[in-house]
Each structure stands twice: as structure tokens, then as C-alpha cells.
Design a protein around this ligand. Structure first.
Ligand code: SF4
Ligand code: SF4
Length: 454
């Protein structure tokens, strides 16, 4: 069931990268190296948090999404939108206007992801009450956090809540709705409008399930620009054909914001956002410095999905708008399905039967080899190298720090002479000549920087 590969939506455009190392410095999992003067992302280490994209001064990192025209491969074209999309727009633009433009663009229906929250809430309570469940239960909502735990905190994978996030629940609901109406699976195209790269990665290579029911992913900034332009140009903005479902609840609107989940879970619940805060907290949990927590909501972005790297609007304004919207919505506790024949609660039994995900396996980046004895040997070798390397973490070797270089060396991906200090010693001792030294620098930094040309 576990996918053998990590799909990554973040790509470096070699022709634009100037090798400035900003991305390498900020990457929380040391997933970036500089080779030939360009940033290179190491797939096994990257968790798709998007920090590198934010830091790049020349926009050399981008997020690949599906071609929009792919929606027309399907007869039924459903835009699956997170409530944070609605929060991108100024208050004077209504939800109906936004939905209408999505329909004008070619979708045949619009559905908000957080309808899935109604089902998830029940399942969360049951999951947390299970005997023998490791505490704290860690939310599976943020795919960047799930991947971070897999690669950086493997011992905590057993704490991950083995339930699908609202996105997958909503997609399963849509599929069932349409197939119950006699529409065939190949005619149903579900396209998620994503605020971040991690959700793309999770859809293309899901953790804990074999395949996602989602057909494609479109970047939120791309759709935002299309909708905003259309509304500003006076496009059709009256009521449109909307699916007959309950209005989104207050809890649903708030779910993707910080405290959205933690405020609904039971026991002692904490919400932490921003990836460095998340890493600090997980380190403390791993070391038993923090105990007695029942539920942890962890989100990689500052202000959670409002701060997603593909969000077009200021995250604080988005949060303000979403809070205002939530005030006018019914509570999850007041919802009834009576007047809504397609309400998600009518599918509760079906969705609850399909809500679990498989155990999440560690994918430790700290593991230096698949073979345990070989991994131990390499670890010893790495520790010896650390006694030789200067521990200044200067980055001149093209790796983010001395330990990262030592790990690359024991895995045969780098040479010790890449270290400026070691190379200098080798030059002084006559073990390396100037031509050899120059060749090593070129391998890391390319020709341009040595020639001092742009
Ligand atoms: S997306 Fe995050 S983990 Fe991946 S390379 Fe960029 S900063 Fe590193
Ligand atoms: S931040 Fe990274 S990708 Fe952007 S120019 Fe600098 S090295 Fe290249």
C-alpha cells in the first residue's frame, strides 16, 4: 500500500537559478545541494513545505500543476475548493460570484472540501478513544507534516491519526454521489484547487492509501487570478447551478486555519503552525520533554492553509475574512440532512467505512543505508568525518552544513575535498594542485562565478 516514491511538485528552473543558496539555507530537512551553480532538490529528503520557493529571490522555484484543459477530459467536472479559496477574495465578492466564475471556466459543479469535516469529527472521536493509541494523536491533515514525521521523526509515525483528511473524504463523497446517479467513474473528474505544494504531492503519491480519488490539481494562485479578472471585467456573477448540499458549517470554514481542528478534538489539544515551530515541538515530544497531550494539530505553514505558498492574498486578511464568513454559517451541531437529499451526512455510513488509512511507515532520511549493518558502518564513518570537518556550516561545499556533507560523502554523493578548509589543507600539503582545486570549485559552483561574469 505504501507508495514507493515521493512525488514532488516543486521544481527548480535551472535557467533562472543563480545559485545564491537562499533555498539551501532555509530548507528544514537539508534537502537542497548546489551543484554546477544550481540548486538541486534531493527527493528523499524534501517534504514539499515550500520554504525554498518563498526564499528564492529570482522565482527560480515553481510548483507544477495539472494543465487546466485536462478538466475537459471529463463529462462531469467538479471543482473541489478549500474554504481558504473563498477567503482570498475581498468581502464584496460573494461566494456565489466565485462559484459562478468557476462554472463559467468550465466546471460543472463546485464543492467545498470542508464538507468532509462533518464525517471526520465523528471518526476522530472514535479514533482517539481507541485503547492503546499512542498519545499525542497527531493530525494527518497537513501532508507536509506527515512527510516531515516520516523522514525526520520516524518514531512518531505511530502517533499519526490514521484517518483521511477532509479533502479525501469530500472526494469520496463526490464520487459516490455521482456514481449513485448512474454516472460512470471515467466520466467524473474531480479537480482540487490547492493552496500548497504538499497537497499536490499527497494526491499524486498518497501516504497510507494506494490511489487518490482526485483526478487533478490546479494551483490556487492560478485560479484566483482567473476568477478575480473575470469578476473585475464584469463577468457573469449571478447565482449558478450549485450542488444540493448543506451549507458549509462554521467548523468547516475554520478547519484549515490554526486551531480549526484542535478546537474540535477532545482532551488536552494544542495547535502549532509554521514548520520550524512544528519541528521544535516534535523534537520535544520525541525527547519526552512535553507529555500529557491528547491531540496535536500541526501545520507546516504560518497561519495554516491561509499561509499556503500558493495563496494569493495576505494570510492575516484571509483569516479575518474566513472568521467573518464562519459567523454566518450554521454550526455542525445544528445541521440536518432533511432538506438536502445529497447531504454528506446521508453518506455517513459509507464514508466512515472508507475513512481509515493504512499505517504510515517511517522513511528516515537519517538512515544511511537500507542494510542495517551497512547503515551502522556508514554512521560510524560519518561521525569520524565530523571530527575532521570544521563544523562552521559555511555552505561553500554546496551542502547546507558539515553534517550534511559528511552524510553525502559516506553515501558516495560527494568528496571530502569539497570542503574549503580540507581543500586548503590539501593544497598546502601538496596533495592537490591549483587546477584540481579549481575543478572541484567549478563542480559545485559552475564556471560563471569563477569568471566573475553574470
Ligand atoms: S519544499 Fe521544503 S523540504 Fe522540499 S526542498 Fe523546499 S524547503 Fe526543502
Ligand atoms: S534560492 Fe535556490 S533556486 Fe533560487 S536562485 Fe537561489 S539557489 Fe537558485
Amino acid at each position: 500500500m505504501e507508495n514507493k516514491f515521493f512525488h514532488h511538485a516543486l521544481k527548480v528552473r535551472d535557467d533562472q537559478c543563480i545559485g545564491c543558496t537562499h533555498c539551501m539555507t532555509v530548507c528544514p530537512t537539508e534537502a537542497i545541494r548546489v551543484r554546477n551553480g544550481k540548486a538541486v532538490i534531493i527527493d528523499d529528503r524534501c517534504v514539499d513545505c515550500g520554504m525554498c520557493l518563498r526564499s528564492c529571490p529570482v522565482k527560480a522555484i515553481h510548483i507544477e500543476h495539472d494543465d487546466f484543459s485536462r478538466i475537459f477530459d471529463f463529462k462531469q467536472r467538479i471543482a473541489l475548493v478549500p474554504s481558504v479559496l473563498i477567503g482570498q477574495f475581498p468581502e464584496e465578492i460573494s461566494v456565489t460570484q466565485i462559484y459562478s466564475v468557476l462554472m463559467e471556466l468550465g466546471f460543472t459543479a463546485v464543492y467545498e472540501v470542508e464538507h468532509g469535516v462533518e464525517i471526520l469529527q465523528h471518526a476522530m472521536r472514535r479514533f482517539m478513544a481507541q485503547q492503546g493509541q499512542s498519545k499525542p494523536v497527531i493530525s494527518s491533515f497537513c501532508p507536509a507534516v506527515v512527510r516531515l514525521i516520516q523522514v525526520r521523526f520516524p518514531a512518531l509515525t505511530e502517533n499519526i491519526m490514521l484517518l483521511k483528511p477532509p479533502l479525501d473524504i469530500a472526494a469520496h463523497h463526490i464520487k459516490k454521489l455521482y456514481t449513485d446517479q448512474g454516472i460512470e467513474g471515467h466520466e467524473i473528474g474531480i479537480f482540487y484547487i490547492t493552496p500548497c505544494a504538499a497537497k499536490i504531492a499527497a494526491i499524486k503519491s498518497p501516504v497510507g492509501e494506494e490511489r487518490s480519488p482526485i483526478s487533478g490539481v490546479i494551483n490556487m494562485d492560478f485560479i484566483f487570478n482567473k476568477i478575480f479578472r473575470s469578476i473585475k471585467q464584469g463577468g457573469k456573477n449571478e447565482a449558478c447551478l450549485l450542488p444540493e448540499i448543506n451549507p458549509l458549517t462554521k467548523e468547516g470554514v475554520m478547519w484549515s486555519l490554526t486551531h480549526g481542528e484542535a478546537s474540535q478534538a477532545q482532551g488536552r489539544c494544542l495547535a502549532i503552525d509554521e514548520i520550524h515551530n512544528v519541528m521544535d515541538f516534535l523534537e520535544k515530544i520525541e525527547n519526552d520533554e512535553i507529555t500529557d497531550i491528547d491531540f496535536l494539530e500541526l501545520r507546516a505553514c504560518d497561519e495554516s492553509c491561509a499561509g499556503g505558498v500558493l495563496a494569493a492574498a495576505n494570510r492575516f486578511l484571509t483569516v479575518e475574512r474566513m472568521k467573518k464568513r464562519a459567523k454566518n454559517q450554521p454550526s455542525i451541531h445544528d445541521q440536518t440532512a432533511e432538506n438536502h437529499p445529497q447531504a454528506i451526512s446521508n453518506y455517513e455510513q459509507y464514508l466512515l467505512q472508507n475513512i481509515s488509512i493504512e499505517e504510515v511507515n517511517p522513511r528516515s532520511m537519517l538512515k544511511l543505508d537500507e542494510d542495517m549493518s551497512e547503515a551502522m558502518r556508514k554512521m560510524n564513518q560519518r561521525n569520524k568525518l565530523m571530527n575532521v570537518l570544521p563544523k562552521v556550516d559555511c555552505g561553500a561545499c554546496g551542502a547546507p552544513g558539515c553534517q550534511a556533507l559528511a552524510e553525502d560523502i559516506v553515501q558516495g554523493k560527494a568528496g571530502i575535498e569539497q570542503c574549503f578548509f580540507i581543500r586548503n589543507r590539501q593544497l598546502t600539503a601538496g596533495q592537490l594542485d591549483m587546477a584540481g582545486s579549481t575543478a572541484i570549485i567549478q563542480k559545485i559552483w559552475g564556471n560563471k562565478k569563477l569568471k566573475n561574469t553574470d
